[in-house]
Design a protein around this ligand. Sequence first.
Ligand code: UDP
Length: 345
Amino acid sequence: MGHTEQRTSADGGTRRAGRRVLVSGGAGFIGSHLVDLLLARGDEVTVVDNLSTGRRANLPASHARLRFVEADLGQALGAFGKGELFDQIYHLAAAVGVKLVIDDPIRSIDTNVEETSELLRFAVTHGPGGGGSRVLIASSSEVYGKASHSPFSEGDDVVYGPTSVARWSYACSKAIDEYLALAYHRKKGLGVTVARFFNTVGPRQVGEYGMVVPRFVGWALAGAPLEVYGEGLQSRCFCDVRDVAGVLPAMLERTETAGGIFNVGSDQPITIRALAELVIKTLRSSSEIRTIPYAEAYAAGFEDLQQRRPALTRIREAVGFAPRFELEETVRDVAAWMRLHGEKR
Ligand code: UDP
């Protein structure tokens, strides 16, 4: 680490010098797609990732403007020198999904809360000229808790289950991140923006943390039954990761988004049964659909949300967000990625 990084202007002088950008969790699913975009626009990118769920192979093997630091975030921030400045910081390092939180609650809560706190403290003095960086904090639609209304708007009240049910610790840890981010904005003047990600799908997402699309695609490719939980009438809105990653730099370019919370995702719902049918049809699979009672699918006490749809008014007004990828196209691209990487689920 230290100051040994290269500052290559690989653009041949056709663009202005790129921004210095830090991406925590940059080897992960959403982070790696963001890094692709930042490198393409000429930025100097530092990725910090402990590869707990991220993969080094998600990033270019070598690139003149990419520095990869394999470490826990707190450790990496502590090792960065005083003069290590970043114009922008995207904080995407987090425990992935509810399943991981139920399996390993201590580590997940620590990761989500402590690292965000450390990162915000760091950001206050590591921006241009030693001032604040422009920061994006990744949050989650889980923050909406067990609401049954639709759509979810950023200013809605929220209801969580009791603290004895581990599932809700994920929502609470992300809510704490949001409180912290907004407090840093108010108290320290930090230019921080919160993105609440809804169901995000696409190449590089793996099924082992329970996410439905890579699981269905993996089964469809293998000719195995697609396991639909409950009746499959619950619905979600799936947004392609390339659309999600694409809007994040635009959010940080606008000063008006500082101190704001924004839903990021698609607002086109599909039931899980219809999703299973779409995957089978799109991939011309011989797989069948098998319904699995909730009691079998999850530990007792798991509550699935019947629907989850974002209101996108805020982000549309702020940055004109309009997703480009159709779900069929995403499913085809996920399948192509899995075939290439031998992913079965
Ligand atoms: N789901 C399913 N089969 C699976 C995995 C998930 O039917 O193998 C369902 C799950 O019950 C939920 C939906 O698909 O209703 C989306 O699940 P995911 O974990 O991808 O997202 P989240 O529930 O966090 O929105």
